[in-house]
Ligand binder design. Structure first.
Ligand code: NAD
Length: 261
């Protein structure tokens, strides 16, 4: 498969899943927009490495996914600099773990903004161009938590269920325009997002670090293995291929069997 001449925006791609996805798209020849937070020098190193390794254009946009005007500007800047946005991967996300009665209101608002509303803003900005060119791929990184719940993750589970619903609407609206919209729903992937929630889960459930990993995280996953970021990137690439042209409105699990149970 070649994605040469395709242009891709991947939100939250300075780390973890997004970084693997952006590199995989560039490896197939797509020009890419990196987005997310982190150390400026590290991000620039990654951006430059993508250009030299894969011979594509890689742009970094620092848009904050809690700010609708920055999100809209990121899509329009990408269109201006690259010519189009053909592939949109809504991947930025954060997590917060707390019993609901203590769940900070600002954390609820931040998670709904980043994990759900940002996808509404990227999609509404990117779809006019995709419809006009009659080709597009929208991939939303949802989660096993778009299908099932876990305690202490009120905002995350609500946001991920929400993005699965948004995805269906978008798929139906764009079905006759050559644009597909799909969710991918990973189980636990070993990334900074998972690592960061271990201390709070230890506190919320009164467990040791090892107990959180074995009895909470991998407990949910029948394979007892973490999903890898490269496995997720491969699924995104498949959804961007012509072979996946009739897959739209789906929510594809990549969770070691978690949601089968
Ligand atoms: P990560 O923490 O490694 O990466 C998150 C990315 O989002 C980073 O690039 C970060 O800078 C960016 N980000 C955070 N807040 C932002 C903001 N306000 N504006 C712009 N960018 C912002 O996490 P990850 O595990 O790679 O998660 C990526 C996606 O995958 C998330 O949507 C997450 O919910 C989802 N997911 C992760 C797992 C897992 O086990 N790691 C499982 C299922 C779903």
């Amino acid at each position: 498969m070649s994605l040469a001449k395709r242009n891709a925006v991947v939100t939250g791609s300075t780390s973890g899943i997004g970084l693997a996805v952006v590199r995989a798209l560039a490896k197939e020849g797509a020009n890419v927009v990196l987005n997310g937070f982190g150390d400026a020098a590290e991000i620039e190193k990654e951006r430059a490495a993508i250009e030299t390794e894969f011979g594509v254009t890689a742009i970094y946009d620092s848009a904050d996914m809690t700010r609708p005007e920055e999100i809209e500007a990121m899509i329009h800047n990408a269109e201006a600099k690259l010519g189009s946005v053909d592939i949109l991967v809504n991947n930025a996300g954060i997590q917060f773990v707390s019993p609901i009665e203590d769940f900070p209101i600002e954390k609820w608002n931040q998670i709904i903004a980043i994990d759900l509303s940002s996808a509404f803003h990227t999609i509404r900005a990117a779809t006019p161009g995709m419809k006009k060119r009659r080709w597009g791929r929208i991939v939303n990184t949802a989660s096993a938590h778009s299908l099932v719940a876990s305690p202490f993750k009120a905002a995350y589970v609500a946001a991920k269920h929400g993005i699965a619903g948004l995805n269906k609407v978008v798929a139906l609206e764009l079905a006759t325009f050559g644009v597909t919209a799909n969710c991918i729903s990973p189980g636990y992937v070993w990334t900074p997002l998972v690592e960061k929630q271990i201390p709070d889960t230890m506190k919320a459930r009164n467990l040791t670090r090892e107990q959180v990993i074995d009895d909470v995280l991998l407990q949910a996953q029948p394979t007892k293995e973490f999903v890898t970021v490269d496995q997720i990137a491969a699924l995104v690439l498949f959804l961007c291929s012509d072979a996946a042209a009739q897959i739209t409105g789906s929510n594809i699990s990549i969770d070691g069997g978690w949601t089968a149970g």
